[in-house]
Design a protein around this ligand. Structure first.
Ligand code: ANZ
Length: 827
């Protein structure tokens, strides 16, 4: 036990008569803020804990999903703080981007005004959660003091060869009139508005994330949910294969193809070019020209996802030209087909219908030959009914016949390399990060175009390039900044001549790729835009908490960004987020995803104003495991309210001790220590629902001994209960602790209670007794004898319920799990 058993003061004037959340919540929020209770300072003498929630878009109103993330994350951070960690838990705003711009367009107000109003409003709403967010460190990414550094980083990336400009087919949303990253196209639709996405060619800025593809597959420094790592791994999509050249008949041209199945190369019966492949024009014969052109046009309307869909009808056209398979000299037609993507591998593939399902269907449709090359063991030579894609035995493959395909895969690759026609290569699905946006509400890209000097970076001294307030930002398909009267005009820093400014702005994932560094000191105003010393203390983020929808974009870009900063010598860390937790989704009361059209949206403000923030926080924790979410259920909320009122009552109501007895004290003491032990473990493991359930059980036990526990034991239980509940219900516990009971302010600065294993141990244990596998009885034993197998066995054999099944038989074997189960094998 920790404190001296001083009876708590419950004189009538000291106790607050009734639990009225609205009387206490605002009061404590202001008090904590005035006292700077949660302002985090670097302190090398203390272990740090950087708890971070994904900063919100400035979308307008705080919804219940924000509460689910920020309220529960706060409880965890508060727990860590009580555990003695120096906790940084900042909050900022992801304030650039389309949602803000679209909303501004709809309402006819400037994105800046609209965004800053939202920042103001959302700040007030987040404050009602009663979190330990350090508002002295807040930031908004749309402010020049922030985005200056996006520009500074961009220039560094450019100087390092990691930012480059290229013409590339892009995903284009015809409704938003903007380019979308691959990750922003979901099932061929724009992730924001659901409009079908089309393909278009544009000059764009890219970040070379592909340079880090291999390194980004290393997750050894971080502890993330398996599924997020898997999503990133798949997104990066590393594959090992062979790239080799296929010569074109009667020409000097060669077609480079990439395959992961070089063992099937003898079965090639055609070659396919992607419709956008640069050789298509040169290889198309005059007779085929019209058909090929029409096909290319058709293909440009489709997204990559649509083109790759396995259930899609296979289409293609013959170019009129042939190629020669370099391994066996066979002449094969060259086709154009949209199932081959221009942006992957070499944009050309060899068709092997016998071994690839897609190719098999293609061959059937266009009556192309099918030559089996890898067949199942014992194949009888008949035609294949479908592609055989498993490993097997080689046939029709010259010197490789009869070898297992697993072996020939290596052998053929070596042979191809000896012949000098190709080599083994590693390919990645990961594409470079498209940074350009043809939008207004983002960071201007700090680059210039000069007729003499070409592409030139803005000199650092000229930063920031401010986003002009007076641009026409309606979507036209062109960058709004391009039509600004003065923005585009600049002077080339190299030759002093006129230069044109880049008018695209940056993808907002740029903002979120480093904001966690800036939180260390958000007004730091010299390069590199974050205080390296402070960030060095706080980083990496110990616990990052947010939605799983960011598994590949934000979370991959941030890992990339951190590595670039490392290679620029700006940090010695590679991973931004050590641990990650993805909370689940709160559904509407009907169990469906909340949406305005379904009318099932729960507005947290409505509840906070009535039942209070503490009840909302606790209720959200109680819904289920945090990573699973669940439906909002008004009935269960009343259970939480009842619980909080019972806590209030045990802490405030005077007790009449009618029959004091030592057994009650012992029972209470044990319950307290067991609860501390279990609640601590639950909090460590993010099990907030079971944590609360255990606190409820403790309160029940307190009620059982209400009239029989001593003052000392009771008051100690009250103190421990309040400490344990403090992370979850910060206002109620502060009020009871500091005001009602007059204990030292603040409860949130108290150490987390410790438990004593001996005190937590049960006096008695219940051991299940089975006879020949069937449960027959329950044996109550003193905890002290639990490890004595012979003793426990003897006690069990004395039970009449057990004797009924052992009578006249011999005990052949005893299998005992100490204190839990005793299995008797008799016969
Ligand atoms: C011949 C072959 C035979 C293939 C076979 C597969 C099975 P991953 O693992 O994803 O890298 N491919 C290559 N480039 C392509 C592109 N630009 N568009 C569409 N498909 C492309 O897959 C590599 C395989 O995907 C390659 O191996 C190629 O088809 C196809 F029995 O080559 B394969």
């Amino acid at each position: 036990m920790t404190a001296e058993p001083v009876p708590l003061d419950r004189t009538p004037d000291a106790r607050t008569p009734r639990y009225v959340p609205s009387d206490i919540e605002g009061k404590w929020q202001r008090q904590w803020e005035d006292d700077g209770l949660y302002v985090a300072a670097t302190d090398a003498s203390r272990p740090k804990y950087y708890a971070l929630v994904m900063f919100p878009y400035t979308s307008g109103d705080l919804h219940i999903g924000h509460w689910y993330n920020y309220g529960i994350a706060d409880a965890h951070a508060r727990y860590k703080s009580m555990r003695g960690f120096n906790v940084l838990m900042p909050m900022g705003f992801d304030a650039f981007g389309l949602p803000a711009e679209n909303a501004a367009i709809d309402r006819g107000i400037h994105p800046y005004t609209w965004t800053m109003q939202n920042v103001e409003r959302m700040t007030q709403q987040i404050k009602t959660i009663g979190g330990m967010y350090d508002w002295s460190k807040t930031l908004a990414s749309c402010l020049p003091e922030y985005y200056t550094w996006n520009q500074w980083f961009f220039i560094k990336f450019f100087e390092k060869g990691l930012a480059y400009r290229a013409e590339a087919p892009v995903n284009w949303c015809p409704k938003d009139q903007g380019v979308l990253a691959n990750e922003q196209v979901q099932d061929g639709l724009c992730w924001r508005c659901g409009t079908p996405v089309i393909r278009r060619n544009l000059e764009q800025w890219f970040f070379k994330i592909t340079d880090y593809a291999e390194e980004l597959l290393d997750f050894s420094q971080i502890e993330w949910p398996e599924r997020v790592e898997t999503m990133q791994r798949n997104w990066i999509g590393r594959s090992e294969g062979v790239q080799f050249d296929i010569p074109v008949v009667d020409s000097d041209q060669k077609i480079a193809v990439y395959t992961t199945r070089i063992d099937t190369v003898f079965g090639v019966t055609w070659v396919v070019l992607a419709p956008e492949h640069p050789l298509v024009d040169a290889l198309t014969t005059p007779e085929q020209r019209d058909a090929v052109k029409a096909y290319q046009q058709q293909a440009s309307k489709q997204t990559e996802v649509e083109r790759l869909a396995t259930d899609k009808e296979k289409t293609g056209v013959f170019t009129g030209t042939y190629a020669v398979n370099p391994v066996n000299g066979s002449r094969v037609p060259i086709w154009v087909a949209d199932y081959v993507l221009g942006s992957y591998g070499t944009g050309a593939v060899m068709g092997v219908p016998a071994s690839d399902e897609r190719d098999f269907i293609f061959a059937q449709k266009f009556q192309l030959p099918i030559i089996p090359v890898v067949v199942p063991e014992g194949w009888d030579g008949t035609d294949l009914a479908a592609a055989y894609t498993d490993p097997g035995v080689m046939v029709n493959s010259g010197q490789f016949d009869d070898l297992p395909s697993t072996i020939s895969k290596v052998k053929v690759a070596e042979w191809i390399e000896e012949l000098g026609v190709g080599k083994r290569t590693v390919n990645f699905r990961l594409r470079d990060w498209l940074i350009s946006r043809q939008r207004y509400w983002g960071t201007p890209i700090p680059m210039l175009y000069c007729d003499t000097d070409g592409i030139v970076a803005v000199p650092e001294a000229d930063l920031p390039i401010l986003l002009p307030q007076d641009a026409e930002f309606k979507p036209t398909g062109e960058s709004p900044l391009a039509s600004h009267p003065t923005f585009t005009k600049a002077t080339c820093p190299k030759c002093g001549g006129p230069a044109r400014r880049e008018t695209d702005t940056m993808d907002t994932f740029m903002d979120s790729s480093w904001y966690f560094l800036r939180f260390a000191d958000p007004h730091y105003d010299v390069p590199p835009g974050f205080d390296q010393e402070k960030a060095g203390y706080w980083m990496p983020v110990d616990q990052y908490m947010g939605g799983v929808e960011h598994a590949v974009m934000h979370l991959l870009y941030s890992r990339f960004f951190m590595r670039v900063l490392r290679d620029l010598g700006l940090t010695d860390q590679s991973e931004p987020f050590k641990r990650l937790f993805n909370q689940g989704t709160i559904l509407g009361p009907d169990g469906l995803r909340m949406s305005k059209s379904k009318g099932n949206v729960v507005n947290p403000d409505d509840y906070v104003g009535t039942i209070g923030a503490d009840a909302v926080r606790c209720y959200l924790m109680f819904i289920g495991p945090w990573d699973q979410g669940g439906p909002w259920n008004v009935q269960s909320i009343s259970g939480i309210i009842k619980f909080l009122n019972r806590v209030w009552a045990v802490a405030t109501e005077p007790r009449a001790v009618t029959s004091p007895d030592a057994a009650s004290d012992a029972k209470l003491l044990r319950a307290v220590h067991q609860t501390i032990r279990d609640v601590t473990e639950d909090l460590e493991k993010f099990r907030f629902n079971t944590m609360l359930a255990k606190l409820m059980t403790l309160v029940n036990t307190m009620y059982e001994v209400r009239t029989s526990a001593s003052v000392a034991a009771w008051d100690e239980a009250v103190r421990m209960l309040l400490l344990m509940l403090a992370p979850s219900a910060p206002h109620l516990t502060e009020e009871l602790w500091s005001t009602t009971l007059g204990l030292p302010y603040s409860i949130h600065k108290q150490p987390w209670p410790a438990w004593d294993e001996a005190l937590a141990a049960e006096d008695e244990l219940r051991v299940a007794v089975t006879v020949n596998g069937k449960p027959r009885a329950e044996l109550v034993i003193p905890a002290a004898v639990q490890d004595d197998e012979a003793h426990v066995t003897a006690l069990a054999l004395a039970l009449p319920r057990v004797q009924a099944f052992t009578e006249g038989k011999t005990v052949r074997r005893v299998i005992y799990r100490a204190g839990k189960v005793l299995n008797l094998v008799v016969g």
